[in-house]
Design a protein. Structure first.
Length: 386
């Protein structure tokens, strides 16, 4: 089943969305990660699917049972998360995506707290200016006056569509995070495993996320039929969330226009787990143009990477519930290019069908560098106008 199945996940309680930093020691602080990694949603949905099909969880964890679409922990099946976004339900019942500002989009506020979005454009450095950037062009934000970037904003779906078409989102298409959720500070108590009681002096604090009504996550799945309704255990401590089947067409660039322009941007919509660090799979750093651009070829799409806006690398990990015969253990820590990273390509060679196919399957090679992380929804992106 390769049809895209879309679901809206609506938290029924506060969510504990942990990052990869340890906490629980006396005086430690657990900071929430929002948006969380797509593996959070993938794990919740797959656990529910196994429960619905009455699969023996311990036998599945040991690899003794194979699920029709989930496969086994060591050999994932056809299930794959194809999209994971913050979203909200509108008054008329429609659902819209909410997107964190991409790396090439800056948002500033004036003296009246009115937000304005501005796009960076790649330009070559002037003669005599040096840089450690290995690419020939640098993303530059051209401004007539100096302004300090504002944080805490999200793009509405209309704002995201404008961005995909090469235009900065209008002010009315920016929403503050405090209109979507609030931080709920919690205090926890460390437990003594041996005595099975609270351990004296082991107090720690952590952040929980309390979503506003109608705010949740939009998830797209291919290769399987996820639950259409009911409940999920989501995030740390398995907090309750409702899942609903919805109809939604994600915004996309005009692939025919990209082909005609022979240029595009690649925007990561989930973290990028790449063999070559910040460079996406398909990049060939050993194959450079005279100006230093790096060749890109993947699944019928070819071009030259001339610029990139990639924030500082992040580290993903997680908890592997199936490891050690179901006892669980931490997943390996892996460096990723953050969600929102942007790559500019010129001399684009691709048909509209090839562009659409690559966008749907993500930045994975034919052999697939990591089948488990692919199933969890990493390496997804969307095309945008250069």
């Amino acid at each position: 089943m390769n049809t895209l199945q879309t679901r809206f996940i609506e938290p029924l309680d506060v969510l504990i969305l942990r990052g990869n930093k340890l906490f629980g020691d006396p005086g430690s602080y657990g900071e929430a990660l929002l948006p969380p990694w797509p593996s959070v949603a993938a794990g919740a949905i797959r656990s529910r699917m196994l429960a619905d099909d009455r699969i023996d969880m311990q036998a599945f964890a040991r690899g003794q049972i194979s699920h029709a679409t989930l496969g086994t922990p060591a050999a994932p099946g056809s299930f794959a998360l194809a999209g994971f976004h913050l979203a909200r339900r509108m008054a008329d019942g429609r659902h819209e995506l909410l997107i964190a500002p991409p790396a090439d989009l800056s948002i500033v506020e004036d003296e009246h707290a009115t937000a304005t979005a501005r796009l960076s454009r790649p330009v070559p450095l002037a003669s005599g200016i040096g840089s450690a950037n290995p690419l020939p062009m640098h993303p530059v934000l051209a401004e007539t006056t100096r302004a300090k970037p504002a944080s805490g904003y999200w793009l509405t779906q209309s704002g995201f569509e404008a961005y995909l078409h090469g235009k900065p989102p209008a002010s009315e298409h920016l929403v503050k995070s405090n209109a979507l959720w609030r931080i709920d500070e919690r205090v926890g108590v460390g437990l003594s495993v041996a005595q099975r009681r609270a351990d004296e002096g082991k107090l720690f604090s952590l952040q929980a996320i309390a979503f506003k009504p109608g705010v949740g996550f939009m998830v797209s799945v291919t290769g399987a039929e996820p639950p259409k309704n009911g409940l999920l255990r989501l995030g740390g401590d398995g907090r309750g969330a409702a899942i609903h089947a919805i109809e939604h067409r994600p915004p996309a660039a005009d692939y025919a226009a990209l082909r005609q322009a022979r240029s595009c941007r690649l925007l990561l919509t989930t973290p990028g787990l790449f063999r070559q660090g910040w460079l996406p799979n398909g990049a060939q750093p050993e194959n450079r143009r005279e100006d230093g651009a790096i060749r890109f070829e993947l699944h019928g799409v070819a071009g030259w990477i001339v610029a990139a806006a990639v924030p500082r690398a992040e580290v993903i990990s997680g908890w592997d519930l199936a490891a050690r015969d179901g006892k669980g253990q931490p997943k390996p820590a892996q460096r990723v290019a953050p969600t929102g990273s942007v790559y500019w390509l010129d001399d684009l060679e691709a048909t509209p069908d090839a562009l659409e196919k690559l966008a749907s399957q993500g930045l994975w090679s034919d052999t697939c560098e990591d089948a488990a992380r692919r199933a969890e929804g990493f390496n997804h992106f969307t095309f945008a106008v250069y």
